[in-house]
Design a protein around this ligand. Structure first.
Ligand SMILES: Cc1cc2nc3c(=O)[nH]c(=O)nc-3n(C[C@H](O)[C@H](O)[C@H](O)COP(=O)(O)OP(=O)(O)OC[C@H]3O[C@@H](n4cnc5c(N)ncnc54)[C@H](O)[C@@H]3O)c2cc1C
Ligand SMILES: *[C@@H]1O[C@H](CO)[C@@H](O)[C@H](O)[C@H]1NC(C)=O
Ligand SMILES: *[C@@H]1O[C@H](CO)[C@@H](O)[C@H](O)[C@H]1NC(C)=O
Ligand SMILES: *[C@@H]1O[C@H](CO)[C@@H](O)[C@H](O)[C@H]1NC(C)=O
Ligand SMILES: *[C@@H]1O[C@H](CO)[C@@H](O)[C@H](O)[C@H]1NC(C)=O
Ligand SMILES: *[C@@H]1O[C@H](CO)[C@@H](O)[C@H](O)[C@H]1NC(C)=O
Length: 580
């Protein structure tokens, strides 16, 4: 990767740039000629100025309102604000050349037009929760388009609709709904700082999954800035693109500005509980029965399992065991729930005194892990610049794991010592929605989804290697028990281990490796739509939807060689930026 000091290679590189003028690539030519007038930075800013009609306001040391370069005062704090995985907060993490923080939609349009015309890569960030940090890192030189200012949430309770800008957090969405109605909610994730832009793009699920499905199952319109810088809505983008942006993961088709969603109804009072057992308390029996009950019970009931290797503090032998926590969420009252589980899940032994009845919003606050006296406006706290080191992986289970399989898994968890699981039951509404209704394919026949989870606190490569090796080992031990051919994965639990794209001539094949895991039979349709709307593959990252290879004409070959284009863009940008 290019680094400062690169400019000693300047003349040679410039030669390369000029030699490119014989190629049919107009985009790069534009940069090459700007190059002679000034830096690529100047050309880029000039282009932005040209494409936005609002006056340019002075701000700190940068004279452009929404442009931040490495030498301006807010660059570092803006970059760090929405880093949600400390692994990507290192000095070695690749940093954006420029950060753009649009204040209005036309700024996003200008950003796309100008990045494209200058052959610069864009990274799009809404809430920054991507587990692999790909919304704000890249191995190619890049510009970060950070949407945190575009965060309005407009709730129309009469029509049970909300228009939500991509930069809003889930906490803000829940809060705005609660302000207007105590009997409405939305089926999304269980962390208040997650951003709508990435979350909805990848499906989005929470504890109402079995009753109402995913966030994307309730999207009725959207606004996107496409490759030409146009703002399209459902009508103007057409049903294909509208289908694609509801579950294909962000960043492959354009910049989502907003989603319009249909709200769902929730009861005035809902019920939560948490029950814990260790292996010594027959947790294995509990999990065996859970597999029979959780995916098939009343759709109002969501029974999440947390499984964690622990050392028993109370016991002087320091026995290592696995602790299983059952977290229950029921869209109804405690009496009904206790009766239901007495019948269906007797090993749980749920009593009324284990249950907490509360409003839907207080229930969400409990699921977020806050104390139960937390005020609702805590949901508006964006908690910037705070993160653990973490790694996540995912799997889908289609056949119950037999008792001896569970015992084998417990042994491996205890030996490894730190990696935990979250089992999220499917069924209910998820069984009723066809697997091609949206790009998200994991519907009927899935019993539950597994999240592998490991967090750590020590910085550095050594710790990272230790913990990521451990989670990968557990993933490998799980092979016999999970979906196969392909082994499925959840795009919102981004995991670069399952394949990455290098944008060389095998880009389509590379994309297929992770693509069929995330999207199963929907993958080819996504590639078709991608090829139709973004044939040059401008909107791309390590796991974006690839395009079909181009036909084999001589001129097309040069254009098609995205490696060459990447290399040249890198050369130009590094040269231009590191020399100012
Ligand atoms: C603590 C934590 C809890 C989580 N809990 C849940 C949960 O309960 N349920 C669940 O389903 N998932 C959950 N997730 C995963 C989460 O849904 C995904 O990481 C999601 O992509 C985050 O969205 P974001 O906007 O915050 O992320 P970002 O990192 O900003 O973006 C993620 C991806 O989407 C792209 N993108 C972002 N905004 C846009 C846009 N406006 N237009 C186009 N592309 C865009 C990015 O480029 C990137 O590829 C959790 C993650 C964390 C870290
Ligand atoms: C900006 O606009 C002017 C006048 O329309 C045009 O001559 C110039 O080439 C544009 N510059 C960029 C970088 O787009
Ligand atoms: C575990 O199961 C055994 C056998 O069924 C039973 O005797 C014992 O009481 C159970 N232990 C707990 C803590 O439930
Ligand atoms: C709140 O939490 C406390 C302490 O954990 C508990 O005793 C109390 O019952 C809880 N109340 C509700 C309504 O959840
Ligand atoms: C990033 O690192 C700095 C110290 O270099 C620390 O102050 C900050 O809290 C960290 N932020 C995140 C999100 O990890
Ligand atoms: C920051 O860099 C830009 C681009 O080279 C330059 O125009 C500007 O003057 C610099 N600002 C400061 C404060 O150095």
């Amino acid at each position: 990767m290019a680094k400062p000091g690169f400019s000693s290679g300047g003349p040679i590189l410039l030669l390369l740039v000029l030699s490119l003028s014989i190629s049919p690539n107009g985009l790069l030519l534009a940069v090459a000629s700007e190059e002679s007038k000034g830096t690529a930075y100047d050309a880029f800013v000039h282009c932005l100025t040209n494409h936005t009609d609002s006056p340019i306001k002075g701000q700190a040391s940068s004279n452009i309102w929404f442009v931040h370069t490495k030498n301006t005062s807010y660059y570092a704090s803006i970059l760090r604000a929405y880093i949600r995985n400390a692994r990507f907060n290192a000095s070695s993490t690749p940093k954006p050349l420029i950060i753009l923080t649009p204040l209005q939609e036309s700024h996003v349009q200008a950003a796309v037009i100008c990045a494209k015309s200058q052959s610069a890569r864009l990274r799009i960030r809404s809430g920054g929760h991507d587990f692999e940090g790909i919304s704000y890192t890249s191995n190619e030189p890049f510009i970060l388009l950070d949407l945190f200012n575009l965060r309005s949430v407009t709730v129309d309770i009469q029509n049970e609709i909300a228009v939500i800008q991509a930069g809003a957090t889930l906490g803000e969405v829940y809060y705005k709904i609660w302000e207007q109605s105590k009997v409405h909610g939305f089926p999304s994730g269980l962390c208040p700082t997650v951003g709508v832009g990435g979350h909805f793009s990848g499906g989005g699920y929470g504890n109402m999954l079995r009753k109402y499905g995913l966030s994307v199952d309730h999207i009725i319109d959207a606004q996107i800035v496409d490759i030409s810088g146009r703002i399209l809505n459902r009508k103007s983008m057409g049903e294909d693109l509208f289908w694609a942006i509801r579950g294909s993961g962000g960043a492959s088709f354009g910049v989502i500005l907003s989603y319009t969603v249909k709200l769902v109804q929730v009861p005035k009072i809902v019920t939560d509980f948490r029950i814990q057992r260790t292996l010594e308390e027959n947790a294995t029996d509990l999990v065996v029965q859970w597999q029979q009950v959780a995916p098939h019970t009343d759709a109002r009931l969501f029974l999440r399992l947390l499984l964690q290797p622990v050392t028993m503090k109370s016991d002087s032998y320091k026995t290592k065991t696995v602790r299983v926590s059952v977290l229950g969420s029921f869209l109804g009252r405690a009496d009904e729930l206790v009766k239901l589980l007495e019948k269906e899940f007797p090993l749980l032994g749920l009593k009324k005194q284990d249950c907490f009845e509360k409003s839907w919003i207080d229930s969400m606050i409990w699921w977020f892990g806050f104390d139960n006296d937390t005020r609702v406006d805590k949901l508006l706290d964006r908690n910037p610049d705070s993160a653990w080191f973490l790694k996540r992986k995912s799997d889908y289970v289609q056949t119950s794991i037999p008792r001896d399989g569970l015992e084998y898994i417990w042994k491996k968890m205890i030996d490894l010592g730190k990696t935990g699981f979250v089992f999220n039951p499917y069924g209910g509404k998820m069984d009723e929605i066809s697997s091609d209704a949206t790009p998200f394919p994991h519907r009927a026949g899935i019993l539950y989804k597994i999240q592998y989870s490991i967090n750590w606190y020590e910085p550095g490569d050594e710790a990272e290697k230790y913990y990521t090796t451990q989670i990968r080992q557990l993933y490998s031990y799980m092979t016999p028990f999970v979906s196969k051919n392909p082994r499925r994965a959840f795009i919102n639990y981004r995991d670069l281990d399952i394949g990455v794209n290098n944008f060389d001539k095998n880009s389509y094949e590379e994309g297929k490796v992770y693509g069929v895991k995330y999207f199963h039979n929907n993958f080819e349709k996504l590639v078709k739509i991608k090829t139709a709307f973004d044939p040059e593959n401008f909107f791309r990252d390590q796991q974006s939807i690839p395009v079909y290879p181009k036909s084999d004409s001589g001129a097309a070959k040069i254009l098609q060689s995205s490696l060459y284009v990447t290399l040249m863009a890198e050369v130009i940008w590094s040269f231009a930026f590191y020399s100012f």
